[in-house]
Design a protein around this ligand. Structure first.
Ligand code: NAD
Length: 547
């Protein structure tokens, strides 16, 4: 395939037989745009080895199939490979995708790797294999939303004059300083690797770099006093920063961590080693390296527990740091909560989650038009207003211009219908495609993350994402996907994706109304069933239950 064929088409001219097929084609190619994907040459979009298509041959076949697909046909994708086109009808999804599914007894990383080596499977991650990844805006917004929820729960709805301490400024963790300053707080974050902080300075995700821990602490305290929203990255190990805070009797307002603790050998740095020394030891004596990592992680969690005792609002940010510490004997490691049960679940109970959309025209102005609509529709939502305004200033578009914001039950359908109207009235130059992450209210079963510590113990029940995919198919989403292993790895999660196109037609309006009502409703129903009061209230308010 030549470069021209693999570039995302822009503009109002069709390459396919309808806008829904065209949207699937553009979003597939957008996932693989070098400005969006981590390793487009290997078809890897993000998240380790999350791919958009199984191999180059499969990609070419998908492109060809989408170009020829009729308005009453559905293309079937099995782990990144097109396998058939079957007759359906105009309101059915144009594409149905199943990625990385294994019978539970065989659902191990090892078995998956064997199948992948034989060319029989592909790891779809979440939005990689379901063709709706939009670059780093997603993680910035998710982190912003977590801190906004924390600010609402513990403070006055923002982080003004609050000191927020964390560590790990990598691919995902690098979003923390920007998310914190967007919530008006001060961020003090440690990372061992200087280049990581430099990279965040270049993209303006962080404001300052420091090399001396005490000077960094002093500056952060000064900014806190002056209520300035500034972020500082300090080049040191997380445990060195936390130890200085403890020794100087300084208690941060909030405390978390996003070092790659899930991987003690490749991801986490033990204390007392420079980056070069660490690389050397990792190479020469991986057992010793891993042992030292575990020792540091145990100390790290003990320091967090100490600061929690002194009053810091402390939470785990999905990196399994608590789990590692527990493995080496820190019995009370789970005394501080994970971010989902602490902050995200109450949002899920209102059907809230990461709603996102992209302008198929490729014109950023189309997104600014949709931003206006969002601000007009939800004027009372201060945090949403702050996010949209800051995102316009600070987030660079990657590939097709896109936007993300968290909307709940009732809100998503309103937004979808308003976008469809924009298309119908010609206020945007081409249709808008609407989707979401699989990390959402009703679309995922993942006991170590999204469904950790459910009230009724139903963490591992995976009927919910399957019902979600089925109801979105019945409702007429444009493409629907069901994946396994996203976020936390093979064997650990089942989750569903959904994308729907607003092409300005009456038919699209009917589909949008159904799908954007039913999709978050699955989350409200799931959480009400598990016994959450907020979800029960939302269920009653929107009449989603049986009575
Ligand atoms: P990454 O590997 O790109 O970055 C990790 C960073 O941590 C690196 O910059 C590294 O230098 C730094 N680091 C490692 N050990 C350190 C130490 N002891 N002290 C200071 N710095 C240290 O990883 P990432 O993509 O940013 O993800 C980070 C972790 O957060 C992962 O474990 C990931 O699974 C988790 N995460 C979870 C969620 C979620 O649950 N929603 C979201 C984002 C990230």
């Amino acid at each position: 395939m030549n470069l021209k064929e693999s570039q995302t088409p822009h503009g109002a001219a069709l390459n396919c037989k309808g806008w829904v097929q065209e949207a699937a084609l553009r979003m597939l190619l957008n996932n693989l745009d070098p400005a969006v994907a981590e390793r487009p040459e290997d078809l890897i979009v993000y998240g380790g080895r999350g791919k958009a298509a199984r191999n180059k041959e499969a990609l070419e076949l998908i492109i060809k199939a989408l170009k020829n697909l009729e308005d009453d046909e559905t293309l079937l994708i099995q782990s990144g490979k097109p396998v058939g086109i079957l007759p359906t009808h105009k309101d059915a999804p144009r594409v149905l995708i199943s990625n990385s599914q294994l019978v539970p007894k065989w659902a191990t990383q090892q078995h998956f790797d064997e199948l992948e080596d034989k060319g029989l499977m592909m790891y779809g991650q979440m939005t990689a294999g379901s063709w709706i990844y939009i670059g780093s805006q997603g993680i910035v917004q998710g982190t912003y939303e977590t801190y906004a929820a924390l600010a609402k729960k513990h403070f006055d709805g923002n982080l003004k004059g609050k000191l927020n301490v964390t560590a790990g400024l990598g691919g995902m963790g690098g979003a923390q300083p920007l998310a914190i300053t967007m919530n008006e707080g001060v961020c003090l974050a440690a990372d061992v690797e200087e280049w990581r902080i430099q990279k965040r300075l270049e993209t303006r995700y962080i404001d300052e770099i420091a090399y001396n821990i005490d000077e960094a602490i002093d500056k952060a305290l000064q900014y806190k006093k002056e209520e300035k929203a500034i972020s500082i990255g300090v080049v040191c190990n997380a445990v060195e920063l936390l130890q200085r805070l403890i020794d100087r009797n300084i208690t941060p307002d909030t405390l978390t961590d996003q070092t790659s603790a899930h991987d003690p050998l490749i991801g986490y740095f033990p204390e007392g080693l420079t980056v070069a020394e660490a690389a050397d030891l990792r190479d020469k004596n991986p057992e010793e390296y891993t042992k030292r990592s575990y020792t540091t992680m145990a100390k790290h969690v003990e320091q967090m527990l100490e600061l929690q005792k002194r009053g810091a609002i402390t939470f785990d940010y999905g990196n399994n740091l608590r789990g590692r510490a527990l493995e080496v004997g820190v019995k009370n490691a789970f005394d501080f909560p994970g971010f989902v049960p602490a902050y995200v679940r109450p949002l899920f109970c209102e059907g809230k989650g990461p709603f996102r959309w992209a302008a198929l025209s490729g014109d950023p102005q189309d997104i600014y038009e949709t931003d206006k609509v969002i601000l007009e529709l939800f004027p009372e939502n201060e945090s949403l207003k702050r996010w949209i305004t800051m995102a316009q200033e600070r987030i660079a578009f990657q590939g097709l211009p896109a936007r993300i914001c968290w909307l709940g039950q009732g809100e998503r359908e309103k937004a979808g219908l308003a976008f469809n109207k924009l298309v119908a009235e010609g206020k945007v130059k081409a249709p808008i495609v609407i989707g979401r992450d699989h990390l959402d209210t009703g679309s995922v079963a993942s006991p170590n993350r999204e469904t950790e510590a459910m009230l009724d113990g139903s963490d591992a029940v995976a009927d919910w994402p399957i019902l979600n995919a089925l109801v979105n198919t019945a409702g007429g989403a444009s493409w629907v996907s069901l994946h396994h292993g996203g976020g936390v790895g093979i064997g650990y999660s089942i989750h569903a994706g959904m994308v729907i196109v607003a092409d300005g037609t009456e038919d699209a309006a009917k589909r949008l109304k159904r799908v954007l009502h039913n999709d978050p409703a699955m989350g409200v129903i799931r959480h009400a069933d598990a016994g959450y009061d907020i979800a029960k209230d939302t269920l009653r308010k929107h009449r989603l239950g049986l009575d």
